[in-house]
Design a protein around this ligand. Sequence first.
Ligand SMILES: [Zn+2]
Length: 253
Amino acid sequence: MRAVSISPDVLVVTSAFWQTNAIALRSGEEAVLIDSPYLPNELDALPGLLAGAGFEPNGLLATHADFDHVLGRLAYPGMTLGLPESSVERLHRAPGEAQRALRQYDAEFYVIRPAPLSLGQVQALPVPGHVEIGARELELHPAEGHTIDGMALFDRGQGVLIVGDYLSDVEIPWIHGSLADYRATLARLAPLVEQAETVVPGHGSPHDRDTTLRLLEEDVEYLDRLERGEDALPAGRDTKAQREIHAENVAGL
Ligand SMILES: [Zn+2]
């Protein structure tokens, strides 16, 4: 797990597994944790690491309901998890989905956890909308297409855009929702990226505006090629794991 300070009030913690990002935001006495690291020892160490950097979250948020993003309560038991309305609907439609997926991956990689995942109290957040953290306002924008649910969070005051599983330097577009929604999300994110200083994807490295715009262009180009039936992955992301995701995308078309 590595931690990168974006500003005194924004800390990005990256899991050693899938480079999954968790983001701590602070304003005055208030702080939130968005998404989560993955490995049990990372979740165990997280409260100490954040407290040492001056972040004491009083709430949890997640960009979407995929199991690898909703593990915050394993680090902060009893805390409420705020999710976009679309994610809460997804939880109601497929109860236990996150828990089943986590058990399946843990079994595959021999990961043992001290406690099973319980999502506990979940709060549905209207999207588009906003949440307040201390004196700051976090904008919530719909981000669907990777899955049927999701939101991006824009901390305009800090110039930090948190996009969930889009615009990654390590992962190609992975379409579990719909291609049309995916395209709409990229189009919606583009002007937000233009206004951001730093963009934090769900997996991979935080990037500056220009690098993210390049990734966005590559992603749009990948979707165009996917629709034309071409097997071309973005340069730099053409790996065995990404080929498997590409095969899933092709099968889902
Ligand atoms: Zn993910």
